[in-house]
Design a protein around this ligand. Structure first.
Ligand SMILES: O=C(O)CCC(=O)C(=O)O
Length: 300
């Protein structure tokens, strides 16, 4: 669906101004929609998952672990596919205010693509370089949106997600190194072209929902506090968007319709872009691993 088609449907939880600004800027941050009960539940599930990671010494299909991870001092950079780790993470994806926000931004027929729970550690290496999401998981159109929820208050110091306004209407950039290995980020020259000086930090109180269009250039700085910053991220699209390369971070729910009906017609945007690696064959570690050129451990 196009933004014009989506806006023809009455919003469920977002205001008309919030939707308009999402389509204009390519991102949105909204406070106060996630209930305290949900927030507490997500925090608890996350704490349990961190505790479980103590049994592992290296990354596997559930966890992306930092090279500094030890059983005594867990250092999880990412919980992979959280909806497959606990039913509450899946319930939040398909039967919560998150699904309502997704429907307001992609239309009444909503498809689930993938999910992850990122942890940004104090003083750690989880700086996320400027990138767009769709080059890693191309779809037939530009409806995909990544929704995130902050578990705690996130100010400038926690390394909030930052977005370059309007970049979703501009170029699709290469995410390869000159040697044709996957970089997962824009080159230095392309970053300059994209005007990162205009970036907006998506700060907000615990429970703030952030939304990023799949073409929006975004990243995040280091965490200058002494607290870990968790960020749960789920990707949705209009049901009429179809992937045309293997999913780098698949889960058992990838492709499920979480609201409305499956599409009978595909919506194809005419666009040309570099073909990403075939993740099914080559494996995908995580954005942290790609951006640091770590050896890839197959995620699933
Ligand atoms: O966790 C973050 O700060 C950013 C994550 C992100 O952009 C991604 O995983 O694609």
């Amino acid at each position: 669906m196009t933004p014009e088609d989506i806006l023809k449907h009455e919003p469920i939880v977002l205001t008309p101004e919030q939707r308009q600004s999402f389509f204009e800027d390519g991102f949105l941050a909204v406070e106060g929609l996630v209930s305290d009960e949900w927030l507490e539940c997500l925090r608890q599930r996350s704490d349990e998952m961190i505790d479980r990671s103590r049994q592992y010494t290296e990354s596997n299909k559930e966890y992306d672990l930092s090279p500094d991870h030890t059983p005594d001092q867990p250092y999880v950079r990412r919980l992979r596919a959280p909806v497959d780790r606990h039913p509450d993470f899946w319930k939040f994806a398909h039967n919560s205010v998150f699904t309502d926000v997704a429907a307001d931004l992609v239309g009444p027929d909503v498809k689930f693509h993938s999910c992850k729970l990122n942890y940004k550690h104090p003083g750690g290496g989880e700086v996320v370089k400027w990138h767009q999401d769709i080059p890693a998981w191309p779809h037939t159109n530009f409806s995909p949106v990544t929704l995130g929820v902050y578990f705690h208050d996130v100010g400038e110091a926690e390394g909030p997600l930052a977005c370059i306004p309007g970049s979703h209407k501009g170029e699709l950039y290469s995410h390869f190194h000159p040697d044709r290995t996957w970089s997962g980020s824009l080159s230095k020259d392309d970053v300059l072209k994209a005007k990162p000086e205009n970036a907006v930090n998506l700060t907000g109180k615990a429970g703030t929902i952030i939304a990023i269009n799949c073409r929006t250039i975004h990243g995040s700085m280091d965490n200058k506090t002494d607290r870990v910053r968790p960020l749960l991220l789920y990707v949705y699209s209009s049901a009429d968007a179809f992937t045309w390369m293997p999913n780098p971070t698949p889960c058992s729910k990838s492709g499920d319709i979480v609201r409305g009906e499956a599409a009978q017609r595909v919506h194809m945007e005419p666009y040309a872009h570099e073909v990403p690696p075939n993740w099914e064959k080559e494996g995908y570690g995580s954005i942290f691993a790609s951006q640091r050129k770590e050896t890839i451990a197959k995620a699933s």
